[in-house]
Design a protein. Structure first.
Length: 497
C-alpha cells in the first residue's frame, strides 16, 4: 500500500495507482496534522471575523459574509456551481491520478479539512469508483476548479461516476461500492476545489510516456542510421565532452553503444562520406535537449506532487489567503514538454524521408518498395508522419501566455495550465506514431540489406518489432501495422535495449 502524508509521493507511484489500481492509505501523522488544522477552522468559523471561503463567498464574492447556519450550504453550493466542465471526460487513469494527488495534498495538513474527506478519496481509489470529470473548463487558477468540482460532487453523492465498467449517478456508484456520501462542512468544498491536480495528473502520466519515447527515439534512430549506412563517429564521447549537456552526452553514449558490432557498418567502412545529414549526425544534440527538458519537467512535477496548492491555508493558528493554486509553474513546464516532443517527432520525420526518398536513401529501393512503380511502398506513411508533425507544430503554440480574465476581474491573470496539459497529450500521441512509422521504415531498410546484419542491440530491436509486425511482401494496408507498433512502443516494447 502507498501511504500518503503529503511529503513523499512520486511520479512512479502516481502511475502505478492510476493505471494498476494499487491500494492507498493515509499515514497516522497525516491524520493528526489534518485534525490540528481542522480545529483552527472550526474555531475561526464560529467567530465573528470574516475568513475567506469559510464564512464568506468565493472569488469576487469574497466580501459577502455568510451566516453560520448556512456554512454547509455554502460548501455544497461552491461544489455544485463550479462543476461547469464540458467535453469528453478525462481518462480513468487521469482521474485516478488527480484524486490521488489531491488526497496527498490534503494529507499534508494545511487545508483545514476533516481527515474523513481525504479518507473518502482513498476509498474511491481503493474501491474503483471513478468520477466522470469533463476535461475542459479549467483556466489553471484558482487551480483546476471545474475538474476538481466534478470529483467533489461524487464525494457528496452527486454527479456521475464509473464503477465496474458502467457509468451511473455518483450516489449509486457510492452505494454499490459501500461508501457513504459526505456532507461537506466549512471550508471543505473550497479545499477540494482549489489546486493544480488535474493538470498535474495529466502531466505526470504524459511525462512517463515522454521519457519512454525519448529512450525509444535513440533505438529507432540507430536502426535508421545503420539502414542508411551512416557513421557513428559523430557520437564519439570525446566530442560530446566538449559540450557537456547531460542529455546530449547520454544520448550520444547510447547511440554509440547501439551501433557497435554492425556488419553493415563494416561493409562501407572505407566510403568517402565525411558527415551524415543533421537528422542523423545531430541526433544526440536534439534527443539530448529533449531529455534535459524532460528532466526539468520532472523536477517541477515532483515538487508539485507534495506541495499545498489550495487557498486559504491553515498555518499555525492562522488562516492565510494566498495564491499557491496558481498553475504557472506547471503551465510553463507542460508547454516546454510539448515543444520538446515536437522536436523529437520532427527529427524522426526527417529520418523517415531519408529512408524512403530515392534521392537520399543510399541506393535503397525508392520508397522501400520491392517493385517501385507497381508498388508505392512507404510513400504514404511518410505523408502521414508529415501530417502529424504539421499538427504538432500548431499544438506547440504555448498555452501559458494566453491568460484571460475571469471571476469579475478578481482572477485577472491565469495560467491556462490545463490547456497546456491537454495539448501535450495530443502531441505525445502524435510523436509516438511518428516514431512507430520510423521504426517500421528502418526495419524494412535493414531487411533489404540482408544478409548483412546490424549489431546485437539493433538486431534485438528489429526482432522484437517483427514479433509485433512481421515482414510482408508487396503493398499492404499500413494503418493496422502502424497502430500495433505505436501501442508496442507506448507499452515499452523498446525498453531495455
Amino acid at each position: 500500500m502507498t501511504v500518503l502524508d503529503g511529503e513523499a509521493l512520486t511520479i512512479a507511484q502516481v502511475s502505478a495507482i492510476a493505471r494498476a489500481n494499487e491500494p492507498v492509505g493515509l499515514a497516522a501523522h497525516a491524520m493528526d496534522a489534518m485534525r490540528r488544522s481542522r480545529s483552527v477552522v472550526e474555531r475561526l468559523a464560529a467567530g465573528e471575523d470574516p475568513v475567506y471561503a469559510v464564512n464568506t463567498g468565493v472569488g469576487l464574492l469574497a466580501d459577502v459574509r455568510v451566516p453560520t447556519a448556512d456554512l454547509q450550504a455554502l460548501q455544497r453550493n461552491v461544489v455544485r456551481s463550479h462543476a461547469a466542465g464540458v467535453g469528453a471526460p478525462l481518462s480513468r487513469a487521469e482521474t485516478r491520478a488527480m484524486m490521488l494527488i489531491r488526497a496527498n495534498v490534503l494529507a499534508k495538513g494545511f487545508s483545514g479539512i476533516r481527515p474523513v474527506v481525504a479518507e473518502r478519496l482513498c476509498d474511491l481509489l481503493n474501491r474503483g469508483v471513478t468520477p466522470v470529470v469533463p476535461a475542459r473548463g479549467s483556466v489553471g487558477a484558482s487551480g483546476d476548479l471545474a475538474p476538481l468540482a466534478h470529483m467533489a460532487l461524487v464525494l457528496m453523492g452527486e454527479g456521475e461516476a464509473e464503477f465496474e465498467g458502467a457509468r451511473m449517478p455518483g450516489g449509486e456508484a457510492l452505494r454499490r461500492a459501500g461508501i457513504s456520501p459526505l456532507a461537506l462542512e466549512s471550508k471543505e468544498g473550497i479545499s477540494l476545489l482549489n489546486g493544480t491536480q488535474a493538470m498535474l495528473a495529466v502531466g505526470c502520466l504524459e511525462l512517463e510516456q515522454c521519457e519512454r519515447l525519448a529512450r525509444a527515439a535513440d533505438v529507432v534512430c540507430a536502426m535508421t542510421l545503420d539502414g542508411l549506412k551512416g557513421t557513428p563517429r559523430a557520437f564519439d564521447a570525446r566530442l560530446h565532452a566538449t559540450r557537456p549537456h547531460p542529455g546530449q552526452r547520454d544520448s550520444a553514449s547510447n547511440l554509440e553503444r547501439l551501433l557497435k558490432g554492425s556488419e553493415i557498418r563494416e561493409s562501407h567502412i572505407t566510403c568517402l562520406r565525411v558527415q551524415d545529414a543533421y537528422s542523423l549526425r545531430c541526433a544526440p544534440q536534439v534527443h539530448g535537449a529533449v531529455r534535459d527538458t524532460l528532466a526539468e519537467a520532472r523536477r517541477v512535477f515532483e515538487i508539485e506532487l507534495n506541495a499545498v496548492t489550495d487557498n486559504p491555508l491553515v498555518i499555525g493558528d492562522e488562516i492565510i489567503s494566498g495564491g499557491n493554486f496558481h498553475g504557472q509553474p506547471l503551465a510553463l513546464a507542460l508547454d516546454y514538454l510539448a515543444i520538446a516532443m515536437v522536436a523529437l517527432a520532427g527529427i524522426s520525420e526527417r529520418r523517415i524521408d531519408r529512408l524512403v526518398n530515392p534521392a537520399l536513401n543510399e541506393e535503397l529501393p525508392p520508397f522501400l518498395a520491392a517493385n517501385a512503380g507497381l508498388e508505392s511502398g512507404f510513400m504514404l506513411v511518410q505523408v502521414t508522419a508529415a501530417a502529424l508533425v504539421a499538427e504538432n507544430r500548431v499544438l506547440a503554440n504555448p498555452a501559458s501566455p494566453g491568460s484571460i480574465t475571469t471571476s469579475g476581474n478578481k482572477e485577472d491573470f491565469v495560467s491556462m495550465g490545463m490547456t497546456a496539459a491537454l495539448k501535450l497529450r495530443q502531441v505525445v500521441e502524435n510523436t509516438r506514431t511518428v516514431l512507430a512509422i520510423e521504426a517500421l521504415a528502418a526495419a524494412r531498410a535493414l531487411d533489404l540489406l540482408a544478409p548483412l546484419k546490424s549489431g546485437d542491440a539493433i538486431e534485438q530491436a528489429r526482432e522484437r518489432l517483427r514479433r509485433v509486425c512481421p515482414a510482408w511482401e508487396g503493398d499492404q494496408v499500413f494503418s493496422e501495422r502502424i497502430r500495433s507498433v505505436d501501442e508496442w512502443i507506448g507499452g515499452g516494447g523498446l525498453e531495455g535495449i
